[in-house]
Write a protein that binds this ligand. Structure first.
Ligand code: A3P
Length: 273
């Protein structure tokens, strides 16, 4: 007869795949990969490595497919995934609510202007765009230079508009907003917020991070073996092309009322104005 190995803990015997209890839903280029890599160092957190795109691209594959993509978790662990396009995709709030109305939602937000430039820089590096930033951002009505808000890089930064759709389905207390700027400046302080929000012990602390001079960003280290370090890949923390000051100024004016509205909605000032 097959015997259960004596070394197996009750926990590992009960390992199974579960739908995520928490999802990082956005925003693209906000620092979502950094946040996921930080939180998944927590022993009580498991997460798939890649973006699932279930609620936007693969919804017809069904919920069992989605669950099967998830890693095995023990009863004391939670499952998290991140797909930044969820925040801005129309049907996602309703679909996600239908899966589980208690899902915790985490959104990393960043100054919409730097976010747009980061998005544009990524498109350039992937060969998806060759036009200058200002050519993408503006069009002329003959007399005035107008912003093309149908350009995804600009549209994604209208956080207040996207958030309105989520608040139709989820109470504000189920959403946690993390400043992408603060996540770079003081990752440990942001991880306190994330761990508290998820109901986890504050295991990820300052000792898990060091500022890597070469990378120019925080990188990870294991406090028990500090020589084991890890920075995010080359596609994270790219150098941005310079953008003309008048272009930035027009974007600043454009985003200001949306930013103000967003601050009021979430009761938090992100210092982008
Ligand atoms: P840039 O490459 O424009 O600097 P996302 O993972 O959501 O695509 O976000 C990418 C952004 O995360 C990067 O944009 C970078 O500014 C930010 N970021 C935050 N913490 C980082 C880290 N530890 N290493 C690299 N990039 C980080």
């Amino acid at each position: 007869p097959r015997r259960t190995p004596l070394t197996a803990s009750n926990d590992s015997l009960a390992a199974a795949r579960h739908l995520p209890q928490a999802i990082i839903i956005g925003v693209k280029k906000g620092g979502t990969r950094a946040l996921l890599e930080y939180i998944r160092m927590h022993p009580q957190v498991r997460a798939p490595g890649s973006e699932m795109h279930f609620f936007d691209r693969h919804y017809e594959r069904g919920i069992d497919w989605y669950r099967n993509q998830m890693p095995l978790t023990t009863p004391s662990q939670i499952t998290i995934e991140k797909t930044p396009s969820y925040f801005v995709t129309r049907d996602v709030p309703r679909r996600l609510h239908a899966m589980n109305p208690h899902t915790k939602l985490i959104i990393v937000v960043r100054d919409p202007i730097t976010r747009a430039i980061s998005d544009y820089t990524q498109a350039l590096s992937k060969g998806r765009s060759t036009r200058a930033f200002h050519d993408m951002a503006f069009y002329s009505n003959g007399t005035h230079r107008l912003l093309d808000t149908s350009w995804g890089a600009l549209r994604i930064g209208l956080y207040a508009q996207h958030l309105e759709k989520w608040l139709r389905y989820f109470p504000a207390r189920q959403l946690l907003f993390i400043s992408g700027e603060d996540l770079i400046e003081d990752p440990a302080a942001q991880m306190d917020k994330v761990q508290d929000f998820l109901g986890l012990a504050r295991v990820i602390q300052a000792g898990h991070f060091y500022f890597d001079q070469a990378k120019g960003f925080p990188c990870l280290r294991r406090p028990d073996s500090p020589v084991l370090t890890k920075c995010l890949g080359k596609s994270k923390g790219r150098r941005h092309p310079p953008i003309q000051p008048d272009v930035i100024a027009q974007l600043r004016d454009f985003y200001q009322p949306f930013n103000r509205k967003f601050y009021a909605m979430v009761g938090q000032d992100f210092h982008w104005l």
